[in-house]
Structure formats: C-alpha cells, structure tokens
Design a binder for this molecule. Structure first.
Ligand SMILES: NC(=O)C1=CN([C@@H]2O[C@H](COP(=O)(O)OP(=O)(O)OC[C@H]3O[C@@H](n4cnc5c(N)ncnc54)[C@H](O)[C@@H]3O)[C@@H](O)[C@H]2O)C=CC1
Ligand SMILES: O=C([O-])CC(=O)C(=O)O
Length: 308
C-alpha cells in the first residue's frame, strides 16, 4: 500500500510541499486547511498535473480531519508567517494556539504518525507538538536545520564557484538569531573552507546565513520563504519514507545529548522509517558548545513564554 502523508496548512509552504510530494510519486497526499474550498482547489489543480508529469499520487484537499485518518507522516505548516520587522519569536502566542489545536487532531486521527513541525517559532512549536501529542521524541521532529544549512551551502558555493553538491555543512541550534553555523566543519569537496575563504568573508557568510529568513521576508514584503523550506521538508520525508537513514540537522528533543536536557534544539539526527533513529553527537570545540548552549537558552526562554 502507498504511504499517506498529510500536510496541515495549504498556504505557501504547505501547498509547495504538497506539489513536491505529489511529483515524488511515493505517497498519497492530503492537504488540510481551515479556509473553505481553497485546499480542494489547489489539490485538484495539482492532481491534474499528474498526466503531464507522470505521477499517480492521489492529492486530496480537505477541511475535514476525517480525510487525514491513518497518515504515516503529518507535516504542520499551519500558522502565521512573519512580516518585515518582526522576529519569528513574535509569532509565538498566535501560533501556539493553532499548533496546539492541530496536534490534538493529529493524535486523534493519526496516532501512529510521525509529525514534522514547520510553523514558527520552530523549536518552541516542536516542543509544543511533542508535549501535546505525547508521542515519543522519535516521532516529533522540527524542520529548520536543513534549510539553514542549505542557505549556508548556497552562499559558500557562490563564494568559491563550486557546485552546491560539493559543499557540506552543518547549522545547529535554534532556528533564530542564535543559530550556530559550524564553519569549522564546512568543506568543499572535502577541503575545509578556512583553506579557501578568508576568515572575514566566512564570518560575513555566517551572518548572512543567520539572517537568511529575514533577507527573504524583507524582499517579499508580505510573507516568508517557501521554495527552500518546502524542499527541506521534502528531504526529511524522503529519508523517512525511503528509509534512507540520512543524517541531517533537525530540531530534536534532547535528553542529555550536547549537555542539553528536555528541550528541542537543532542537532544532526539520522532519519529513517521510524523517524529519528539516532541523535548524532559531533565533538564540538568549547566555543561551539558555548554558542549552542546560548541558542538553547534562547529556545528555553520562548518555551517559558508558552507556559508549557
Ligand atoms: N521552519 C522553517 O524553517 C520555516 C517555517 N515557516 C513557517 O511556516 C508557517 C507557514 O508559512 P506560510 O505557508 O508561508 O504561511 P501561509 O500564511 O501562506 O499559510 C499558512 C496557512 O495556515 C492556515 N491555517 C491557519 N490556521 C489553521 C488551522 N488551525 N488549521 C489548519 N490550517 C490553518 C492558513 O489558512 C494558511 O493557509 C509560518 O509560521 C512560517 O513562519 C516558514 C518557512 C520556513
Ligand atoms: O524567516 C521566516 O520567518 C521563515 C523562516 O523560518 C525561514 O525562512 O527561515
């Protein structure tokens, strides 16, 4: 039987993700939104691309959770995006209510699913979905690190004129101003970037990466990024559905790893059919540890604001 994937929120991130998933042709996809008719319209439009692109995935749009029943994976993209001048953290109260309600429905209709949280502020919303669902940490994962790392890789590839495929990197920590791009471990075809780029330029690229979301928000004027975010969720789903066991940075509930306890923070994890199959611990320098701890402290403060 085909896998079933539900995407909650048929906005920019959600609908772009559903399109990418349909074209993968490995699962049937349900797109849920509270706006009447809109997910149905977008789903039908995507379905009608099937004969042209050659996919047989069923794409269903709905306003009823009953259609999501028995999903293997549920992606939560429902919630407000930020506007220019706002930080992701400013969304916490409004999106807490939405993510909380949605998670309750996911538990009712897809109790064995793996939840991937996308709504911002990401780490806090992942913490919330984990708490509300009561699912084990293996099955509640936040998407941020793949996106932040993709931005870092893009800028490094541009800088040295290399293929993005040759650039390896990790961005750890929370999905906010305190994120930790690990430039020490960034390589181009195995060559450390310190041998290719000046320290000053690396620092500028690190800062551009930290500001990567805001750069797009400023350019768009009305919402936030969705092409690279949806591609990033897709890579996580590929690894789960195809049991590829790829290692990538995701927000995961830490239980002592990296010296952090009881908190969602971006770290490298192995993703397979069971969800998070391993939290991978990279040996960090004292400075990197300090930055990761600072980032975790920022997430902790936001979790406290939610009162959970
Ligand atoms: N984790 C990450 O790296 C990223 C996170 N985001 C976040 O993803 C979220 C969605 O972004 P966009 O798709 O651009 O926003 P959008 O405004 O285009 O779409 C959000 C959708 O959620 C729906 N919605 C609202 N309440 C709902 C509910 N209770 N149940 C179901 N659907 C509901 C809205 O009707 C809307 O269609 C935002 O919070 C944004 O900040 C965006 C990009 C990257
Ligand atoms: O910047 C935003 O608000 C959306 C997001 O998380 C990103 O693009 O990294």
């Amino acid at each position: 039987m085909r896998s079933k994937i539900t995407v909650v929120g048929a906005g920019f991130v959600g609908s772009t993700l559903v399109q990418r998933l349909a074209e993968r042709d490995y699962a049937d996809v349900v797109m849920f939104d509270i706006v009447p008719n809109m997910p149905q319209g977008k789903a039908l439009d995507m379905l009608e691309a099937g004969p042209v692109l050659g996919f047989d995935s069923q794409v269903t749009g709905t306003n009823s959770y009953e259609d999501t029943v028995g999903s293997d994976i549920v992606v939560i993209t429902s919630g407000f995006p930020r506007k220019p001048g706002m930080s992701r953290d400013d969304l916490v109260k409004k999106n807490q209510e939405i993510v909380s309600q949605v998670t309750e429905q996911v538990v009712t209709y897809s109790p064995d699913s793996i939840i991937i949280v996308v709504t911002n502020p990401l780490d806090a919303m992942a913490q919330l979905a984990h708490k509300v669902s009561g699912f084990p940490r293996e099955r509640v994962i936040g998407m941020a690190g793949v996106l932040d790392t993709a931005r870092f890789r893009t800028f490094i590839a541009q800088e040295v004129g290399a293929s993005v495929k040759d650039v390896q990197a990790y961005v750890l920590g929370g999905h906010g101003d305190t994120m930790v791009p690990l430039s020490r471990l960034c390589t181009v075809a195995g060559i450390p970037i310190a041998q290719l780029i000046s320290a000053e330029r690396i620092e500028q690229i690190v800062q551009r990466t930290r500001d990567g979301g805001a750069e797009i928000v400023k350019l768009l004027g009305t919402g936030s990024a969705y092409f690279a975010p949806s591609a990033s969720v897709l890579q996580m789903i590929d690894s789960i559905i195809l049991d590829k066991k790829m290692i990538m940075p995701c927000a995961a509930y830490l239980q002592g790893e990296y010296g952090i306890e009881g908190l969602y923070v971006g770290v490298p994890v192995k993703l397979g059919a069971k969800g998070i199959e391993e939290v991978v611990e990279i040996e960090l320098t004292p400075k990197e540890k300090e930055l990761l701890q600072k980032s975790a402290d920022a997430v902790k403060e936001l979790v406290a604001v939610m009162g959970i």
